[in-house]
Design a binder for this molecule. Structure first.
Ligand code: ADP
Length: 402
């Protein structure tokens, strides 16, 4: 059975088709960009090692989905599909695990669109469109927040009067759940293959968005992102942790509106804001070499805050078994991993420079030094594969039940 995974964003549509019995690599995958803009849509299509690019006239999500179905039909892919899995950013308190789509699920999802106004409406539209174009296929929804449903109350509550939680559901939800959940499963497998303990893990997802997660016996017990994906580490364009008093000051003294403060904290801060140059770590590492001080500061802040966050997660765990790096930066940047682990000497953590340089590829993913009390791993995250896996599990459970 092949599973189609759809990640429908406000201006993009990512897709991947997996065959479960073969491998965790997608058979076909791609990205449709610039949806809803006045410029032609750009489509990247990958099939194994082969890459193709297309451009079609500007249009909205519906036409983009129709283009996809048309190509699937032409290539004979549609007939191979047994289900569709959707990424959904914010499930709120109603969804603590992945679910199959039913009219009741759709109605509850629709009520929660405001929880993540930048993401949930587009995710929802993707489900509605997929139901129209694949009416006979079971569809599943996998939530970025669900993996964190196991957080204890002292970790998920903010120290605000109770009514803000009771009446407005203001609490830590956490995000990147599909990535942390994949890392939890995969790291456990790797550690157990070597007969190593895998009880207490910290997953560090470092991409454009960044978050940490404390994982105890495979379950999330704390995470750095909060009510929104803005809290926690320094990110590509997001500020991460900041004294809320700064927002009050910006509103009172600079008369900035909520919208302007949101723009500042979400889109103009982080690596981009501090460096004044770019949100892309590769560019900043180059600029740092040229002596550009703001880029060096941005890199330094990123590493320091990421390491601090590892320390915070360790408070939620028994002695650490493994720290796991993932995401575009976590998987690809030995320089950033070295800086982060450099701040973690207080816990005895240390890298093997050669293994770090080669991303652990010659050592089963391990990059720690012999003296390090906990293992340090590099694991490639596969969020789409996890969505496909959960979709298969839900469909199989439904079939067994019927
Ligand atoms: P997203 O969160 O958008 O999925 P990614 O996980 O792709 O982002 O991560 C993007 C980040 O990864 C960028 O900052 C990019 O510079 C960084 N990155 C990718 N490859 C490398 C590399 N070889 N060295 C350093 N940074 C890298």
């Amino acid at each position: 059975m092949n599973i189609l995974v759809i990640n429908c964003g406000s201006s993009s549509l990512k897709f991947a088709v997996f065959n479960f019995h073969d491998s965790s690599q997608p058979l076909w995958s791609g990205l449709i960009e610039r949806i809803g803009s006045q410029t032609p849509l750009r489509i990247a299509w990958t099939s194994g090692a082969q890459r193709e690019h297309f451009e079609i006239a500007h249009c909205r999500h519906r036409q983009a989905m129709e283009w996809l179905v048309d190509r699937f039909d032409k290539l004979g892919i549609t007939a191979t599909l047994g289900g569709v899995g959707h990424r959904f950013v914010h499930g709120g308190e109603n969804f603590r695990q992945s679910v199959l789509v039913t009219p009741a699920v759709l109605a509850t999802l629709e009520q929660g669109l405001g929880l993540a106004p930048l993401h949930n409406p587009a995710n929802f539209e993707g489900i509605e469109l997929a139901q129209k174009v694949f009416p006979h296929l079971p569809q599943a929804v996998v939530f970025d927040t669900a993996f964190h449903a196991t957080l204890p109350e002292h970790a998920y509550r903010y120290a605000l009067p109770e009514k803000y939680y009771d009446e407005h559901q203001i609490r830590r939800y956490g995000f990147h759940g599909t990535s942390h959940s994949f890392i939890a499963r995969r790291s456990r497998q790797i550690l157990q293959e070597y007969r190593l303990k895998a009880q207490a893990l910290v997953s560090l997802h470092l991409g454009n968005g960044c978050s940490s997660c404390a994982i105890l016996d495979g379950r999330s017990v704390d995470t750095s992102m909060g009510f929104t994906p803005l809290e926690g580490l320094v990110m590509g364009t997001r500020a991460g942790d900041i004294d809320p008093g700064v927002c009050i000051y910006l509103a009172e003294k600079l008369q900035m509106t909520a919208q302007e403060i949101s723009e500042l904290l979400n889109k103009q801060s982080g690596l981009l804001g501090v460096s004044g140059v770019s949100n892309d770590l590769r560019t900043l590492l180059e600029k740092e070499k040229e002596g550009h001080a703001p880029s060096a500061l941005a890199i330094g802040m990123f590493a320091y805050k990421a390491a601090q966050s590892v320390g915070k997660m360790m408070v939620a765990l028994p002695p650490l078994d493994a720290l796991v790096f993932t995401g575009g930066i976590g998987e690809n940047s030995p320089a950033m991993r070295a800086r982060i682990v450099g701040h973690l000497q207080c816990f005895g953590l240390a890298l093997d420079p050669d293994a770090n340089h080669t991303h652990g590829t010659r050592a089963g993913g391990f990059i720690q030094s012999a003296a390090s009390p906990a293992k340090i791993l590099v694991v490639s995250t596969q969020e789409e594969w996890l969505i496909a896996q959960e979709t298969v599990e839900l469909i199989s459970a439904r079939n067994l039940g019927s």
